[in-house]
Design a protein. Structure first.
Length: 124
């Protein structure tokens, strides 16, 4: 795969990560995807091929928890989404996950999701 654009570079990094990162029933994969305006987090069991929990800044219940200028496109909103997905996982009895940053740098909103999920009780 030849790298010509930023999108090609991110795809290549994502493929390289996914060779090592694999979600299991005991330790599912927490995958973060983001756009300019929103952020979405899924927790996936790759062996069964199903999503165990998810949270997104699109959801009305998540948007209701936004405070003081938080929205889907900034770090405050990303931390709210991270806390929500961690709470949903803890209700299901899952404490450990594998973090999949989706080819993005561990910086900004991706990092905010991870730190908020750790503070809420997830281990990774």
């Amino acid at each position: 795969m030849r790298i010509k654009t930023k999108r090609d570079r991110r795809r290549r990094i994502r493929l390289r990560q996914r060779k090592r990162i694999h979600g299991t029933p005991l330790r599912p994969r927490l995958a973060v995807s983001r756009s300019l305006a929103h952020i979405c987090v899924q927790v996936i069991d790759d062996e069964a091929g199903r999503t165990l929990a998810w949270a997104s800044s699109h959801e009305a219940s998540v948007r209701a928890r936004f405070e003081d200028g938080a929205r889907g496109g900034n770090k405050l909103g990303a931390s709210v989404v991270g806390r929500v997905v961690a709470e949903r996982l803890l209700e299901r009895g899952v404490r450990q996950v594998v973090f999949d940053r989706g080819g993005r740098l561990y910086h900004g909103r991706v990092r905010s999701v991870a730190e908020a999920a750790r503070e809420a009780g997830l281990e990774f």
